[in-house]
Design a protein around this ligand. Structure first.
Ligand SMILES: O=C(CO)[C@@H](O)[C@H](O)COP(=O)(O)O
Length: 223
């Protein structure tokens, strides 16, 4: 199983995105959090900033839309050339239709779940998805404590994906660090968002390599 580390730019310097992106060449993807003050109690940036970032990097751009009405706003991120786009199912009116539209536009379609949202009701729509994002903190802010109570959901999601036989990435987002990544790997995650753990490290790029080596080593034993 491929293991991916996606640093979250929420913990980067908002006045120096390009500099901070260039400091992490080892990243498997850049996780960009769009927040709208409605779906979550925080505000970050939107499409114009993402388009500007697209111009200065060839990295896989992993959009995480923590916004109301993703049915309306998400396709533009795929059109802008982002490789994956996560919409939150709690805010989405027509997840199947949106996932199909994202794929048609060339992006990986991803469904995000807040901590209290169960995966079971969505089993039938797995064939429409390329990734499932499981929040391991309440969405809205970086630097929060990892909720280990989410691990059974990661496990259940891995079981459903395994049963489906589909190649769907399972992303964990929130509080992922050197001290919590092992539990996520054991539970079945393969894509790891790390914001503060990467950008508060003395060597952000080294931290990405450390996390990925750990993930690769441990997953070889677990899965
Ligand atoms: O989506 C979010 C927060 O809502 C995350 O992407 C955070 O940015 C992760 O930051 P850390 O918990 O790793 O500091």
């Amino acid at each position: 199983m491929g293991m991916r580390i996606h640093p979250s730019l929420l913990s980067a310097d908002f006045a120096n995105f390009q500099r901070d992106i260039e400091s992490i060449p080892s990243a498997d993807g850049l996780h960009l959090d769009v927040m709208d003050y409605h779906f979550v109690p925080n505000l970050t940036f939107g499409l114009p900033v993402v388009e500007a970032i697209r111009k200065v990097t060839d990295h896989h751009i992993d959009m995480h839309l923590m916004i109301d009405d993703p049915d309306r706003w998400a396709p533009a991120y795929a059109e802008a050339g982002c490789e994956s786009v996560t919409f939150h199912v709690e805010a989405c009116k027509a997840p199947v239709r949106l996932a199909r539209e994202l794929r048609k536009l060339g992006a990986r379609a991803s469904m995000g779940l807040k901590p209290q949202t169960d995966i079971a009701p969505f089993e039938d729509i797995l064939p429409e998805l390329d990734m499932i994002l499981l929040m391991t903190v309440e969405p809205g802010f970086g630097g929060q404590k990892f909720l280990d109570i989410m691990l059974p959901k990661v496990r259940r999601t891995r079981e459903l994906v395994k049963k489906s036989g589909l190649d769907i990435w399972i992303q964990v987002d929130g509080g992922v660090s050197e001290s919590t990544i092992d539990q996520c790997i054991e539970a079945g995650a393969d894509t790891f968002v790390a914001g503060s753990a990467v950008f508060s490290a003395d060597d952000p790029d080294g931290m990405i390599r450390t996390l990925r080596e750990r993930a690769e080593e441990l997953s070889a034993h677990c899965h």
